[in-house]
Design a protein around this ligand. Structure first.
Ligand code: B1M
Length: 222
């Protein structure tokens, strides 16, 4: 792998955002994902190469370590911040259509539910997996999911719920989406959600963690 891509991947894996960021201590005063991504683009590396060969594999490593409980939420958030600092340089290329993404992922925490830490991790990992993410935020009602899907036909939908009470709203949203867009794929997750519940409400897939969500989307387009 190109040396600068290796460096960007390490910055993302270990959460080194930019030169002034003191984290992680062993990378202090070194360029971070921000500066290195700029340098790579200026040096002629294509945006899709940076995404595919640095950000995606680095975030996959982060996801696997998180699944194995070798790292925890703070490290994952730092990795996601580093990835975002790199993505800020790449986004103009993707938005202009010059570089293609794998697809669109609409995500939100269901109606009545304000928990967004897990949902944000999933969104960031999926963005790191090469998808365009449309994040509708928290307390998202069925109508808002439907409007987003109407505006982005074919997008995969992700619903997150952290409360046993709001899980019921997940069911309502899944039913409404499947009635109007029966071929839409719906992924569900969140602490109280299970595969059994996913099947019961007619969603397509359940993942207990962000990496499972990334793998599911990857399988959809391969
Ligand atoms: Co709330 N809360 N909370 N809370 N809160 C829980 C969930 C609770 C378990 C705490 C407890 O009682 N032990 C409990 C729920 C009980 C239940 O229903 N079974 C609870 C409660 C009761 C409440 C309130 C009702 C409290 C009150 O006001 N009386 C209230 C409800 C507000 C509302 O939503 N309407 C409330 C409020 C809050 C805060 C606002 C204070 C805050 C949220 C801040 C925020 O998110 N911005 C909060 C927090 C922080 C928690 C705990 C402590 C932590 C949740 C969290 O972020 N976990 C939580 C207790 C706990 O979990 N220890 C608790 C870390 C996060 C990375 O994990 O979200 O599970 P998680 O996401 C995971 C996976 O689930 C998965 O990937 C993530 C990474 O592995 N995942 C997906 C998540 N979404 C996914 C989507 C996917 C795929 C995977 O595909 C689309």
């Amino acid at each position: 792998m190109n040396e600068i891509l290796e460096k960007i991947a390490l910055c993302v894996e270990f959460g080194k955002i930019n030169k002034v960021s003191p984290y992680p201590p062993n990378m202090k005063d070194q360029d971070g994902a921000d500066e290195l991504t700029r340098q790579a683009l200026d040096g002629g590396v294509r945006p899709d190469e940076i995404l595919e060969n640095a950000l995606v594999p680095a975030m996959a490593k982060v996801g696997d370590k998180f699944s194995r409980k070798e790292i925890y939420v703070p490290q994952m958030l730092m990795a996601a911040k580093a990835m975002n600092s790199a993505m800020a340089h790449l986004k103009p290329f993707f938005q202009s259509g010059e570089t293609k993404r794998k697809g669109k992922f609409i995500v939100g925490t269901v109606a009545g539910d304000l928990h967004d830490i897990g949902k944000n991790l999933v969104a960031m990992m999926i963005e790191g997996g090469g998808w365009e993410v449309i994040d509708l935020g928290v307390d998202v009602g069925t109508d808002k999911f439907m409007s987003a899907l109407d505006a982005n036909p074919g997008a995969v939908i992700g619903l997150s719920a952290l409360l046993t009470t709001t899980m019921e709203n997940m069911k309502q949203t899944v039913t409404a989406i499947k009635e109007k867009h029966k071929h839409s794929k719906i992924l569900v997750g969140g602490a109280p959600v299970t595969m059994e519940y996913c099947q019961k409400i007619g969603a397509d897939f359940y993942s207990p963690d962000p990496q499972g969500a990334v793998n599911y989307l990857k399988a959809l387009v391969s």
